[in-house]
Write a protein that binds this ligand. Structure first.
Ligand SMILES: Nc1nc2c(ncn2[C@@H]2O[C@H](COP(=O)(O)OP(=O)(O)O)[C@@H](O)[C@H]2O)c(=O)[nH]1
Ligand SMILES: [Mg+2]
Length: 438
């Protein structure tokens, strides 16, 4: 059975070598991606949502100039996978001293290895780092840490009769010695799951770490979600490390489980060596997952083409008469490119107040309704909405299957925008700055 990344890659390469790109080939691509995601244990609801979005966006209107449908669809797939994983790259935030990180996770997931890797990673960033081994259950846990960190100038503490005492003593000692970051390794197995969770809870309460880091083995699929929930109840999880991404066939299972719990992946482990760790970057990860050589180049071309399109549109809006029909047409066209906020941010509108995201989203949903309203107007009404009296509004509302309030709202919005555009016309020099925006 091919792995998730292999299936994803072959789905895309099949799509890229298809003779033509039409609805059928896109449907086939979506089906292949679905299969890969399901193999990877991604939650069925998520798979459905992602497929719907790809389908919807793949054919949403005009392509940016010079961009093929094929490339555009690849970009849509990329966007949607990135969205699944969270857009922003993870970042290190050490905002107090000492900053105490406690690692939790079940046995064998790579907790001890990850602690050593992160200690070394932070050390290389210039922090003074120390490690506490609060695992009394597994024989040799301390030696394992000592060995991993041998010669790295990172002390390992393991003194005391029980884990709470060890952790407390360690934190006290390293605080006094002025360390910036203290990492605590914990046990991953106990006489029972309840005992383990109790221990985590007690540690959490007595140490009050600044960050509880859940270590998850990327190869365990959906079970990752259950572990995450159990640990989260014992000690609220602040960040996640996904280990064994180098060997993972089912990484997507852990990824979707994580997406569901809402926690952020901070690091990924990519091998057994001390250096084999990376800050998690969803874009980079998806890029590699798709295995497309010049993905960066492709994304950049589309980005630039989209800027061109909006620039053209802005100029058109500032030229000539801004009719009601033009208004709704513009709004509809903008939707093909993505959120309204994107276009609005490029408009040189002086005095345009900040529009809340919610309001924008609502506006986007209104556009189709508005289009229907325009359709049930006479050409004369479209040219000159000022002639719309109560009886005309009633007639139009009935014709479009909307309320009179909807018609009035459209007119209000149009008039407001027309006013803003008039003002913008008086500041055409601002257009020159548009090219740089993206
Ligand atoms: N390939 C690979 N192996 C890993 C990674 N992280 C940990 N391991 C291995 O997984 C095994 C268990 O790791 P360990 O840190 O002892 O897990 P713990 O029980 O959670 O502390 C060891 O053999 C590690 O070398 C990784 O990112 N990639
Ligand atoms: Mg361990």
């Amino acid at each position: 059975m091919p792995s998730f990344p292999e299936m994803l890659r072959s789905a895309l390469s099949k799509f890229r070598s298809a003779a033509t790109v039409d609805r059928r080939t896109v449907e086939e691509l979506i089906r292949d991606i679905q299969r890969a995601l399901l193999i990877a244990d991604v939650n069925v609801e998520l798979v459905k949502r992602i497929s719907d979005r790809i389908r919807e966006r793949a054919f949403l209107g005009e392509l940016p100039p010079g961009i093929s449908r094929r490339d555009y669809v690849i970009k849509v797939v990329y966007d949607e996978l990135v969205r699944l994983l969270g857009e922003k790259p993870a970042e290190i935030r050490i905002n107090k001293r000492p900053y105490v990180i406690m690692a939790v996770g079940i046995q064998g997931t790579g907790k001890t290895t990850s602690i050593a890797k992160i200690a070394y990673y932070l050390k290389k960033m210039g922090y003074r780092v120390a490690v506490i081994c609060a695992d009394t259950y597994r024989p040799g846990a301390y030696e394992q840490l000592k060995q991993l960190l041998d010669g790295r100038d990172i002390p390992v503490f393991h003194e005391g009769s029980d884990v709470v005492e060890i952790a407390r003593n360690g934190v006290r000692r390293f605080s006094e010695e002025g360390y910036d970051v203290i990492l605590i390794d914990t046990a991953g197995r106990h006489k029972s799951q309840e005992d383990l969770m109790r221990e985590m809870r007690v540690l959490q309460e007595s140490i009050k770490p600044d960050e509880v880091m859940l270590i998850i083995d990327a190869t365990i699929g959906q079970a990752a979600g259950e572990h995450a929930r159990a640990f989260h109840q014992a000690a609220p999880i602040g960040s996640i490390v996904l280990t064994k991404m180098d060997t993972s066939a089912r990484g997507g299972g852990a990824l979707s489980a994580i997406a569901e719990t809402g926690a952020k992946i901070k690091f990924i482990g990519t091998g057994e060596k001390l250096e084999d760790i990376e800050l998690f970057n969803p874009k980079g990860y998806v890029g590699r997952l798709l295995g497309i050589g010049d993905l960066e180049g492709l994304l950049e071309r589309i980005r630039l083409a989209e800027v061109e399109v909006s620039e053209e549109r802005v100029k058109k809006m500032l030229r000539g008469e801004f009719t009601l029909e033009e208004f709704v047409k513009q709004l509809r066209e903008v939707r093909k490119m993505g959120p309204l906020s994107k276009l609005l941010s490029r408009l040189p509108l002086p005095g345009l107040p900040d529009i809340p995201q919610d309001a924008l989203k609502e506006a986007e949903e209104k556009i189709e309704k508005w289009w229907a309203i325009i359709q049930s107007m006479t050409p004369e009404e479209r040219r000159d909405p000022d002639i719309l009296d109560a009886s005309r509004v009633r007639r139009i509302a009935r014709g479009a299957g909307v309320s009179e309030g909807d018609v009035k709202a459209l007119l209000r919005q149009y008039k407001l925008t027309r006013k803003l555009i008039k003002r913008a016309k008086k500041a055409p020099h601002k257009l020159a700055g548009l090219r740089g925006l993206g």
